[in-house]
Design a protein around this ligand. Structure first.
Ligand SMILES: Nc1ncnc2c1ncn2[C@@H]1O[C@H](COP(=O)(O)OP(=O)(O)OP(=O)(O)O)[C@@H](O)[C@H]1O
Ligand SMILES: [Mg+2]
Length: 506
């Protein structure tokens, strides 16, 4: 007998319907799964067999064929355990096939004793269902329910065991219908470090303010122990609170990566990812046997902090070039290319040379010019070209350390940043963009009009600083942000001059 159960498959963050077809016919007892399953899907056989027996049902000792259609899309992970088990029970007559309607979908991993375990990717699956089959019902493991319920266009039911799902399908028991928590006030951004705790370094603080206001990439260069790591960490407290759309995007990525804690719903804080410099290419960019989003995607709508950036592997740094430009990352795979968002603000920190003291007035540098050149070469030209703000973080004079008057707090600075962001949002709403850094060529030409003196200054700087066209556009975007921070409509000479000043130390 044949039974069909609906489920969902993800390619990247895109979901589509999967039909789990289970056929039982007479013949020697075999259990095979076809339809491009990976090994963890094939292992479903063992889990399903044990779960069915341990839930008090009978496992049919006949010829069982499971087909996951469409057969040309790769199926990964243990998410089909539940639909396969339900299909088996229906095909063997232990469950009436009529209860498996076209609008009923389910996902979930089974333990050997028959309980349901959370699976990765439930939120993007639920959002795909909401689009493809609005009003349908999705049964998910309890731990995934809050995330799935963020898709409000479908009915999400939570279950914690195979027998509970069977009882529901037989009409003996109701499953709890999960509604999203509509507690939408996002907590105030928090960071490990407050700007007021950092002494001196006014120029670097100003650059961080600009970076946060427009979403620009920033590199901090300075000798050891001057506060680079502290400054970078304070950025989390400068970025504006998340909007609902941004929060949903982030939650989708974390769901696909399997990084949502059981029972977690919407993520409410901007990501701040600080991978170690020994991190592998796959962990930064994404991919792997079962493709998962990497750090560049997990940092989406937030910050990717590469401390000691030159110590990262060259291949890792070079791989950042595409996402830095396109704000998505595409991972080629045997069956299909997978695309994840990678819309992050890059913060890097580094010393000026291997010994760390080049340019420090009080301590002589031990490095040869060759060593310095080799060291800096690790940041390639194309990568540097994508960094909008380069700032020096010098060693402090003693009088700065003693200064009693503390600087502005992160909260005070964030108020200016929020206003600048509001201005950008209004201006760019029609383009579907959120901040100045996201503008592409045509928008730069449309929204970054310069006053006449500013235009003359740019003309000079273009040749003198040997700017690439990309750098030219990026300078304009930074100048736009500086004007926005001031509430100015047009970009004046002083805005452009400040933007140019962050362009080159190298
Ligand atoms: N400007 C500063 N204000 C307050 N404390 C500071 C400042 N600079 C450094 N410190 C103190 O020094 C410690 C080290 O600072 P931090 O880790 O930010 O240095 P760094 O510039 O990243 O150095 P390295 O190049 O060695 O990584 C901090 O934990 C803090 O206690
Ligand atoms: Mg440091």
């Amino acid at each position: 007998m044949l039974a069909i159960v609906n489920s969902v498959v993800l390619t990247g963050l895109e979901g589509q319907q999967v039909r789990v077809e289970v056929d039982i016919s007479s013949g020697l007892p075999v259990f095979c799964i076809v339809g491009l399953p990976d090994t963890s899907v094939k292992e479903a056989r063992e889990r399903v067999r044990a779960a069915i027996k341990n839930s008090g049902f009978e496992f049919p000792l006949r010829r069982i064929t499971v087909n996951l259609a469409p057969a040309d899309v790769k199926k990964e992970g243990p998410i089909y355990d539940l639909p396969i088990a339900i299909g088996l029970l229906a095909a063997s007559g232990q469950l009436q096939g009529g209860c498996l309607t076209e609008s009923l979908f389910m996902v979930g991993e089974l333990s050997l004793e028959g309980s349901l375990r959370p699976v990765p990717g439930v939120l993007p699956m639920a959002l795909a269902l909401q689009e493809l089959h609005p009003g349908s019902t999705l049964i998910v493991p309890e731990g995934n329910a809050q995330a799935a319920a963020l898709a409000t266009g479908i009915r999400v039911l939570a279950a914690n065991s195979l027998s509970q799902v069977v009882a529901f399908l037989k009409g003996q028991e109701e499953l709890p219908h999960i509604l999203p928590e509509w507690e939408l006030n996002f907590s105030e951004p928090r960071a490990a470090v407050d700007l007021a705790d950092i002494k001196g370094q006014d120029q670097a603080k100003r650059a961080l303010e600009i970076a946060a206001a427009g979403g620009h990439n920033i590199l901090l260069i300075g000798p050891p122990g001057t506060g680079k790591t502290m400054l970078a960490r304070s950025l989390a407290g400068l970025l504006p609170a998340l909007t609902y759309e941004e929060a949903l995007e982030i939650t989708k990525i974390y769901s696909a990566a399997g990084l949502l804690a059981a029972g977690q719903g919407l993520i409410r804080e901007r990501p701040f990812r600080a991978p170690h410099h020994t991190a592998s290419l796959v962990s930064i960019v994404g991919g792997g046997r079962i493709p998962r989003p990497g750090e560049v995607s997990l940092a989406s709508n937030g910050v990717l902090f590469l401390d000691e950036i030159v110590e990262f592997r060259r291949e890792v740094l070079e791989a950042l070039r595409q996402p830095l430009e396109e704000r998505v990352v595409t991972i080629a795979r045997a069956q299909a290319a997978v695309t994840y968002p990678a819309n992050f603000l890059l913060v890097g920190s580094m010393n000026p040379c291997p010994c760390g003291y080049l340019g420090d007035s009080a301590r002589p540098c031990q490095c040869t010019p060759y060593q310095v050149a080799q060291y800096r070469k690790r940041l390639s030209g194309p990568l540097l070209d994508r960094i909008d703000l380069v700032v020096e973080v010098p060693r402090l004079e003693y009088r700065n350390i003693e200064k009693v008057h503390p600087g502005e707090t992160s909260r005070q600075v964030r108020e200016r940043i929020e206003r600048a962001r509001e201005r950008q949002r209004e201006r760019l709403a029609g383009e579907g963009l959120r901040c100045n850094a996201e503008m592409q060529g045509p928008q730069v030409r449309k929204y970054c009009q310069l006053s006449l003196p500013a235009r003359r200054l740019l003309q000079n700087a273009f040749t003198r600083l040997a700017l690439s066209l990309r750098a030219h556009d990026r300078v304009l975007k930074v100048a736009r942000t500086i004007a926005d921070l001031e509430g100015a409509e047009s970009i004046e000479e002083k805005h452009l001059a400040e933007a140019l000043q962050y362009r080159f130390i190298f």
